[in-house]
Design a protein around this ligand. Structure first.
Ligand code: NAP
Length: 586
């Protein structure tokens, strides 16, 4: 195959050292012009990004662009090949690239180029920041309250494409297996689809979302799921998400339960709150209380719906940016298509690609250049200098061409923007909003929880997470002090030699020590602890837990995950949840 991609003679490649992206001052960055309106918006955006970098760093930093060919332009160069192997290698080589929209050729068994790119480069996270820029038309009363970054899983879920057509041989085979061997029951003519959600896929996505939240000083990460209905896929996504937060980010995260129970609603400095919401409630919440949400981690399909819906709230479907990322390789892209009817008219809005470039600059650590664009943009829109799509929604606006919009934005950036003052203003505003949320939580914690969409569904919603543990060889007296000092009715006993966890309750003290006439200062915990404990996984529903407790003489369950006890739920917890939230929780 002919080779056409030329690395620029100047500039240095971005590289990965250990776990870190190392971006030189003169990096080589890839770009794909794209089809249809692609060349118009790419041309305009390259000029804007270069100008922002020039202005922010006074010539010390500069991007050296390397053109990568995909789509129609590639087909012209590579004998009809829309997705040349050379392009794939180049994306990996340069690590950071940005692309315009691509036409998916109709017929002929073509894979969508975008899907191919995601699969072949294992770009497992689709990242979509959605926020409002003042002046942009929106259907909301307070669009400024929306400021979220969605991390959507890109490789699993129903998009894996494991589907079997109704009436096909494969369908019949699978249906027979499901009915006869798995006890499943469904209508005769059902089409069948399989939705795999793995621990590996979930954890790498949630890890990326939490890392982003840490690096960008975000307040919370919300796991979006439908775990009340699909326990072993959606529910597992939620459990694995909490697990990765606890195991890998334990020092910088707390759960929402901890926020309310341990910290009484006051978010500790430097801690990110990990919470979860049921997908359908999340749609409501993004309309009613969008300010409560920050970084969202979702599976593929939920994230697909949610990212477009939230973008529409801020009038930003046409300007919503995006990126597809693996651990390090990242391809930033316009989220709209090629709008062929506007191709080469120099007419459309460059916003989506422009803000994808802002994300790219942030990813490279070039925040000052990114901020220049983010701060200059709303000034222009507020002045009514807009492309045709916004002009038709803003009375009295001045409609400009794509290239003219770029000129105006560059001029605005060059005119000077007081980055420090703007940042300070933004930080003060954020701190004010944060205080308001905190006051609401402090004053009416339960009402706040309900108002922000929290619905307890699984035992992990009610469990006590910060457990007090004692060891077998300690005396019962030590355990009693631990219960009294921490005001708890039970302590968890660390595993014995056989690896079994135990539990010791106040009731054990009454029955086995007081009533049994034993001395607490000489009796060892191991002598009276209950083993084995009644343990369930975190995704166990409240009803299942109630059922297990009803069938046993115990009044509490331990919650076990990965061979560790991570929490405890008592009859009292279940009673209180039902009393507060009502019994419609499943
Ligand atoms: P589209 O290209 O996104 O265009 C749909 C409509 O959205 C346009 O007619 C226009 O609305 C508006 N629009 C899109 N981009 C705009 C911009 N930059 N500024 C202002 N308005 C903009 O969707 P499509 O017509 O369904 O798809 C066309 C082709 O794009 C298809 O071949 C599809 O496969 C491909 N596609 C590629 C990507 C990608 O590469 N990421 C994504 C989606 C689709 P008005 O007509 O109201 O002005």
């Amino acid at each position: 195959m002919p080779r056409h991609i030329r690395m620029p003679d100047t500039g240095e490649k971005i590289r990965v050292e250990g776990d870190r992206l190392v971006v030189p001052d003169q990096p080589v960055v890839g770009f794909v012009e794209g089809d249809g309106i692609g060349p118009d918006i790419t041309r305009a955006c390259l000029r804007i990004w270069d100008a922002a970098v020039e202005k922010a760093y006074g010539g010390k930093r500069k991007i050296h662009w390397c053109e990568i060919y995909l789509g129609e332009k590639a087909a012209g160069l590579y004998d009809g090949e829309y997705f040349p192997q050379e392009a794939l290698e180049a994306f990996e080589d340069v690590i950071v690239s940005i692309k315009g929209p691509l036409t998916t050729p109709v017929g002929g068994g073509f894979r969508s180029l975008n899907v191919a790119l995601r699969q072949d480069l294992d770009l497992y996270a689709c990242v979509r920041p959605v926020r409002h820029y003042s002046g942009v038309p929106s259907p909301l009363k307070h669009p400024g309250k929306v400021d979220v970054v969605i991390f959507r899983e890109n490789t699993e879920d129903v998009y894996c494409g494991i589907e079997f057509k109704s009436g096909s041989e494969e369908n019949a085979k699978l249906a027979k297996f499901l009915r006869e061997e798995m006890g499943a029951d469904f209508f005769e003519d059902a089409g069948l689809g399989i939705k795999p959600i793995s621990e590996f896929g979930t954890k790498r996505l949630v890890r990326k979302a939490i890392q982003y939240a840490v690096e960008h000083g975000r307040e919370s990460v919300t796991l979006v799921h439908k775990g009340n209905i699909m326990k072993f896929t959606e529910g597992a996504f939620r459990s694995w998400g909490y697990e990765v937060a606890r195991d890998e980010f334990g020092d910088v995260t707390i759960t929402e339960e901890q926020l309310y129970n341990e910290y009484k609603g006051k978010q500790p400095e430097g801690k990110i709150v990990i919470k979860d919401r049921i997908a359908d409630i999340m749609f409501q919440m993004m309309l009613l209380r969008p300010e409560e949400f920050d970084v969202l981690a979702t599976m593929n399909l939920n994230g697909d719906y949610l990212s477009d819906a939230i973008a529409a709230e801020v009038g930003g479907v046409g300007i919503a940016p995006g990126a597809n990322m693996s651990d390090h390789v990242a391809v930033f892209e316009a989220t709209h298509g090629t709008a062929p009817k506007y191709a080469n008219l120099d007419k459309v809005n460059p916003g989506s690609l422009l803000f994808s470039g802002v994300m790219m600059l942030e990813y490279m650590g070039w925040q000052e250049a990114a901020d220049l664009i983010t701060l200059a943009y709303p000034e222009l829109i507020t002045d009514g200098v807009v492309t045709y799509d916004f002009a038709r929604q803003i009375t009295g606006a001045t409609e400009v061409k794509t290239s003219e919009f770029a000129d105006a934005l560059i001029e605005r950036m060059r005119g000077g923007i007081d980055l420090e003052a703007k940042r300070k203003q933004q930080q003060e505003q954020l701190a004010k909003e944060r205080r308001q949320r905190e006051i609401r939580r402090l004053l009416e914690p339960m009402e706040e929880m309900i108002a922000t969409g929290k619905v307890p569904t699984a035992v992990s919603d009610l469990m006590t997470r910060s457990l007090i543990t004692v060891r077998d060889e300690e005396t019962v007296e030590v355990a009693m002090h631990a219960m009294a000092d921490n005001d708890v009715n039970a302590v968890v006993v660390e595993p014995d030699e056989g690896g079994q966890w135990g539990i010791l309750t106040k009731r054990d003290i009454v029955t086995k020590i007081v009533n049994g006439g034993r001395n607490p200062s000489t009796t060892r915990v191991a002598d009276i602890a209950t083993r084995p404990v009644l343990s369930v996984p975190p995704e166990t529903t409240i009803r299942e837990a109630a059922n297990i407790l009803s069938g046993n003489q115990f009044s509490r369950l331990t919650i076990e995950q990965g061979g560790r006890v991570i929490g405890m739920v008592t009859e009292d917890d279940i009673f209180q949840t039902v009393e507060k939230f009502g019994w419609s929780v499943e």
